[in-house]
Design a protein around this ligand. Structure first.
Ligand SMILES: Nc1ncnc2c1ncn2[C@@H]1O[C@H](COP(=O)(O)OP(=O)(O)OP(=O)(O)O)[C@@H](O)[C@H]1O
Length: 261
């Protein structure tokens, strides 16, 4: 039996410089289809920059990114999204006066018809399309977190932090990505809240499809529970790679990241 795992994403010699700062320094890494990969490292080690380069927000100074063998190095954010790669951000990027539905539906712009003629004049078709999207968002919420489904038309401003984080994750999931990039989902939440949201993600993953995840996270308990493999960065370079147990017993990781002498 061939047990070799296929790669969904590969970065080769990926480099990102901001003036004199080298945020990613000839980084080589790959992500396997269907795995949950933890991306760790001290503050400023290049984790979010990696996401920003992968998702087309920054253009790499040098190196390559390929997704299922296709070159995405110079792809725009929209092109990356069309390849079924979505992400969340460390800081909330929700529109607070809008409803849960609005904030999630916007994540499916691949399928939404945004043409002026369609939206202003094709009213029958528009209403059918609207009903379809409502059902799609409701179905995702019912799988993700049924209590939130009951709040689908409430403004986000009225909801607690944990629900806002769920909405951000649902916005990234509504387009049914193959690769989900989660940038520190525990930020601003308690330990228990984070555990709840992670359970919701695992639930969706087991019920809908086993999409691949790259998880940036400082909370080590979460990394231990969620990931199959981890990569540790320091100064934009990979300093360790392996299972949670392997990386926490790695001397360089202990000194650079875990604060042990
Ligand atoms: N847009 C930018 N302009 C200039 N420097 C930047 C920019 N984005 C990131 N950097 C720098 O690149 C380095 C890596 O930052 P990055 O945010 O990727 O680190 P990180 O590992 O995600 O950190 P944290 O864990 O604090 O989120 C830092 O020195 C940061 O100041």
């Amino acid at each position: 039996m061939n047990s070799a795992k296929s790669k969904i994403l590969e970065a080769s010699n990926l480099t990102m410089r901001f003036g004199g700062v080298t945020a990613l320094d000839s980084l080589n890494l790959h992500v396997n289809e269907g795995e949950v990969l933890g991306l760790l490292g001290p503050n400023g080690s290049g984790k979010t920059t990696f996401f920003n380069v992968i998702t087309g927000l920054y253009r790499a100074t040098a190196g390559n990114v390929s997704f299922r063998g296709q070159d995405l190095t110079d792809a725009s954010a929209q092109e990356v999204y069309l390849h079924a790669i979505t992400r969340t951000f460390q800081r909330s990027r929700l529109s607070l006066p809008l409803t849960v539905f609005d904030n999630i539906a916007i994540g499916d712009n691949r399928r939404l018809n945004t043409g002026l003629f369609f939206n202003l004049f094709a009213r029958d078709q528009f209403e059918k399309e609207y009903d379809r999207v409502v059902e799609q968002v409701r179905a995702l919420l019912l799988t993700f977190n049924p209590q939130l489904a009951a709040k689908i038309f409430e403004p986000v401003a009225s909801l607690p932090m944990i629900d806002r984080r769920r909405i951000e994750i649902c916005r990234a999931l509504i387009s049914e990505p193959d690769l989900l990039l989660l940038d520190e989902p525990s930020a601003g939440m308690t330990h228990d809240e984070t555990a709840e949201v992670m359970n919701d993600i695992l639930q969706v993953r087991s019920k809908i499809k086993p999409f691949t995840i790259i998880l940036i996270e400082h909370e080590m308990g979460l990394i231990q529970r969620m990931t199959e493999r981890c990569i540790v960065l320091n100064y934009g370079k990979k300093i360790a790679e392996g299972t949670y147990d392997e990386i926490v017993s790695n001397r360089e990781v202990q000194v650079a990241y875990l604060g042990q002498e």
